[in-house]
Write a protein that binds this ligand. Structure first.
Ligand code: ADP
Length: 550
């Protein structure tokens, strides 16, 4: 064996030193080692390590570290045991891989710093205070760093980076939890290199990052307190049957998985994240309390950042509302001024001496039309205000639906004629079976709003139909046109208060932008939802359903 440290050197050093091969048999021990164990060299060399230090002690305390070292890493660990004569001994053991000429690892060199228990306790007492101080310093630095991090994403990255250092030989998985949907989504993984990650993906046949899994009921208990807990079971149990058993056990072997720890992070009593620590090679987490405190700090930092984001969004929304309101008021005064100017103009014309009766009738009709328009605008503003302050209430009574549709049809007929629009109504129920219980005025108001839009946004010679169909105890109302249509990106926004697809500076069509929000509010009051199906230049269909009550 060509060791990196020549055997003569090992022989001459004062600390116990040994050399073991890949099968855990001693191939060399120095004099200090023999003195420590009070055995002769010939008794030890060639024998398995477990013969000397005991099977249990070998399996639990020594072998895991040797296995890491056999993979090429230098390892230091504490090893305490009883040696003959009942002397307690605590050793700091340093392991070094032992290379052959062609670079393969064929064994492990072990050098011990021996202390009696007495010495150890004294040393520990001195260093304990120093160690505590270091912990406090480390944690307070992390707390300060958390304050500086600009986003939730950056906080997660920071958690991953720090946990990797604090818990070596572990895979850290950070998951989003959606308690409402009862799903878990692994978001980030830290602690394994790309090569190992690729092997895990190859073994599983897929990349678990970003996938949604059902949130296991059984884990809820684990997450009741914000504590880091060891999960009792392996990867198979931990995946709660959502992954292939054989593949999962292959991954377990690939990672030399020894234990799984997990912590749930909650905000306002709702879990938002779970962090898993999958430990390889050894099962313990050395600085457990520190890890747990760090994770609690992380949780606070995340909660703070989430709250900050929500407040920022609320502020932006309030500013946007303010902007919309100002634009709405400007638009409203313009909308009011137009019919008002028409009225004032015609009132003046009515004063013209020797006015012929036909002109007089025409002026009076124009005044009527503009007054109606003004009343509509004011009604809209009042309706919106009533909806917003919760003052709109339902007046349910029986009425004949077909008669209502006919009445609305007749009131829009002249508009249809003026624009040469093919206009029809659809009433599938027989007239004598079309009496229903609902709020007739609200339905009239909604359909009139939708029809006003349909007429406004459908060019001459177009087609408009409206009415209802009946399915499964529901009446589905619709208003359909083949006008200018609405592009998909605007479908949500048109139902918001004061919004119009057109830019207010270049408006072709009049309107306050209140028609659809009012319709939406009224439909919701009736217990339904309003929908739009439309594409630019391909017409629009607005529809809503209410429960059929006779
Ligand atoms: P207003 O019609 O007073 O502008 P609405 O809330 O009724 O306000 O409508 C908001 C916007 O939705 C309209 O400005 C228009 O851009 C679009 N819109 C509504 N109905 C239709 C329709 N039938 N066809 C095309 N666009 C429509």
């Amino acid at each position: 064996m060509a060791a990196t440290i020549p055997l003569q050197i090992l022989d001459s050093i004062k600390q116990p030193a040994s050399l073991a091969d890949r099968n855990y048999n001693y191939t060399f021990v120095n004099q200090a080692f023999c003195d420590h164990y009070q055995k002769a060299q010939e008794e030890i060399i060639g024998s398995p390590m477990e013969n000397l230090i005991g099977k249990e002690s070998f399996q639990n305390q020594v072998k895991p570290h040797i296995d890491i070292c056999l993979k090429g890493e230098e390892v230091s660990y504490q090893y305490s045991h009883l040696i003959s004569g009942n002397r307690d001994s605590v050793n700091q053991i340093h392991l070094y891989p032992c290379y052959t000429d062609d670079g393969a690892i064929d064994g492990v060199i072990s050098i011990s710093e021996v202390q009696t228990e007495q010495q150890t306790i004294q040393k520990l007492k001195g260093s304990e205070q120093e160690f505590r101080m270091q912990n406090v310093e480390w944690l307070s630095q992390r707390a300060l760093d958390f304050l500086e991090l600009p986003s939730v994403e950056k906080i997660y990255q920071y958690i991953g980076k720090n946990l990797t250092g604090l818990v070596p030989h572990s895979l850290i998985i950070i998951n989003d939890i959606n308690e409402q949907k009862e799903t878990v989504t692994p978001r980030y993984m830290f602690g394994i290199n790309n090569n190992t990650f690729r092997k895990v993906i190859n073994t599983l046949g897929m990349n678990p990052i970003g996938k949604e899994y059902p949130f296991a009921e059984e884990l809820k208990d684990c997450y009741k307190k914000q504590r880091l807990v060891e999960f009792q079971g392996g990867l198979d149990e931990f995946s709660f049957g959502h992954m292939n058993k054989t593949l999962v056990s292959q991954v377990e072997k690939l990672l030399s998985l020894k234990a799984i720890y997990t912590i749930g992070l909650r905000r306002e009593n709702r879990l938002f994240s779970a962090i898993h620590l999958l430990k390889f090679h050894t099962s313990e987490i050395q600085y457990f309390n520190m890890v747990e405190t760090f994770l609690n700090q992380a949780s606070i930092a995340l909660q703070r950042k989430m709250l900050e984001n929500e407040l920022r969004k609320a502020k932006e929304k309030a500013e946007e509302n303010e902007r919309l309101k100002t634009a709405f008021l400007a638009n409203l005064s313009h909308e009011i001024r137009t019919p008002l100017n028409i009225i004032l103009g015609y009132v003046q014309l009515l004063n013209t001496p020797n006015l012929v009766p036909e002109d007089k009738t025409q002026y009076i009709n124009a005044i009527h039309e503009s007054s109606d328009h003004l009343t509509d605008i004011i009604d809209d503003v009042l309706s919106m205000a009533k909806l917003e302050t919760g003052q709109q209430s339902l007046q349910i009574s029986p009425f004949n639906l077909n008669a209502l549709i006919l009445e609305i049809y007749l009131s829009f007929q002249s508009k249809a004629r003026r624009k040469n629009i093919r206009f029809e109504s659809v009433t599938p129920l027989p007239d004598d079976k079309s009496t229903i219980q609902s709020d007739e005025n609200k339905i009239r108001q909604i359909l009139a709003n939708l029809l006003n839009n349909a007429f406004k946004f459908t060019p001459e010679e177009g087609e408009i139909s409206f009415g209802y169909s009946v399915t499964n105890n529901h009446i589905n109302f619709f208003v359909k046109d083949n006008g200018i249509g609405i592009s998909e990106e605007h479908h949500n926004m048109i139902f918001e208060r004061f919004t119009q697809v057109e830019d207010s500076n270049q408006r072709k069509y009049e309107g306050t932008g209140l028609g659809l929000p009012i319709s939406k509010g009224l439909v919701e009051l009736l217990g339904g939802t309003i929908q739009v199906e439309s594409k630019s230049d391909q017409g629009s269909t607005f529809s809503f359903a209410i429960t059929l009550k006779r």
